[in-house]
Write a protein that binds this ligand. Structure first.
Ligand code: PLP
Length: 376
């Protein structure tokens, strides 16, 4: 019997590379030229970078000059927090930073380290708690993610932005999981900055951007000054290949039929609930590709291994760099108690198809039947 190919349902860790992105990368790789060089080859490289900058700016509703390329989402969030926690680039010290308790470590472990704000049981940020914190202390910057990486839960960013601005704070939005699955418009959201990462929408790893709203055209204090690239906001030779790959992936992601992916996700989710799983964050609006499913009594790591052995790649809460599964701080913050250690994240890639989902459902149902019985 031929073994069926491994089924990849871990898109929130990284999406498969889109063919459009691969083609753009390969074409750029055959060109020489540093975008900072004055000669013809340098100018050609710069034109490629600027074309990508214009395309991404238009897609996300910011001026081309307000797209700052970084090494990915982590650096984009670190740059926003470093720069916007100061009222002006010359400020001596940073002000207070607040972040929702369910933020990614890219935000929670940035400098200055944010104080956390509670979330509601559906996973969205608690607006009353945020308002209370904003009243209690002068705050320079608030960080609230658009979509959570573990649950897919979407935060009400325009409401968050209104609160922040009423209290004189900037708002940084980590849109790393949302961008490419939804296309947030930075100005309409009311964000002052927004982070995106190419590998979460089918582009290459190691490239992302910080998108700045119109009011943020001032010079930002860079994290890496280097040779002054990116208008002095981020030093280092721009990786032309990765940048054009990111722009091509974003174009392709925009043309994607996400209702097809949402229907497949819903099919998986209903089958999982039928098998006894609990959906975490089901009461809130969510990304179309993500579901977070807990099996009462069954440790996440055991479920993960069983799925892997059944030929399906998913992930649990958050995977440490050690490869061990840590208890989810996101589900903890949502008050899910012991379920926080018993949940798997299933995140469908852009390329998911019906046959894969049917096989994955069989594997999941068999896993729950076995582990659920043991746990009972
Ligand atoms: N923010 C969120 C919500 C993420 O899920 C991730 C990656 O998993 C990051 C930031 C970091 O992005 P990158 O891998 O591009 O550094």
């Amino acid at each position: 019997m031929t073994r069926r190919p491994f089924i990849y349902l871990d898109a929130n860790a990284t999406e498969p590379l889109r063919p459009e992105a691969r083609a753009a990368i390969v074409a750029a790789w055959d060109r020489v030229g540093n975008p900072s060089s004055i000669h013809a080859d340098g100018r050609a490289a710069r034109a490629m970078v600027d074309g990508a900058r214009r395309g991404l700016g238009a897609m996300f509703g910011v001026e081309a000059g307000n797209v700052v390329f970084t090494s990915g989402g982590t650096e984009a969030c670190a740059l926003a927090i470093h720069a916007l926690s100061r009222r002006s680039p010359g400020d001596e010290g940073p002000g207070l930073v607040l972040a929702a308790a369910t933020e990614h470590d890219a935000v929670l472990r940035a400098q200055p380290t944010p104080d956390t704000v509670a979330v509601l049981s559906d996973g969205t940020v608690d607006l009353a708690a945020l308002e209370h914190a904003l009243r209690a202390a002068p705050t320079a910057l608030v960080c609230v993610m658009l979509a959570n990486n573990e649950t897919g839960v979407l935060n009400p960013i325009p409401e968050v932005a209104a609160l922040c601005h009423a209290h004189g704070a900037y708002l940084h939005v980590d849109a790393v999981q949302a961008a490419g699955r939804v296309f947030p418009n930075v100005e309409r959201l009311g964000a002052d900055s927004l982070a995106i990462s190419a590998h979460k929408f089918g582009g290459p790893k190691g490239i992302g951007a910080l998108l700045l709203a119109g009011g943020q055209t001032r010079a930002l204090a860079p994290l890496v000054a280097g040779g002054g690239q990116e208008q002095g906001r981020r030093g280092g030779t721009q990786p032309v290949e990765l940048i054009v790959g990111m722009a091509a992936a974003a174009e392709a992601a925009r043309a994607q039929d996400w209702t097809r992916i949402a229907a497949l996700r819903d099919r998986f989710e209903h089958a999982a609930m039928g098998a006894g799983a609990v959906v975490c964050g089901a009461a809130a609006p969510r990304l179309p590709n993500t579901t977070c499913l807990a099996v009462p009594g069954a440790a996440a790591q055991t479920q993960l291994i069983a799925m892997d052995m059944g030929g399906v790649g998913v992930s649990a809460g958050s995977a440490c760099s050690s490869g061990k599964v840590a208890r989810s701080h996101v589900l903890d913050a949502m008050g899910l108690d012991e379920l926080a250690g018993q949940a798997l994240r299933v995140s469908l890639p852009w390329s998911a198809d019906e046959t894969q989902i049917e096989h994955a459902i069989e594997t999941y149902a068999a896993m729950v039947a076995r582990l659920g019985r043991k746990a009972a």
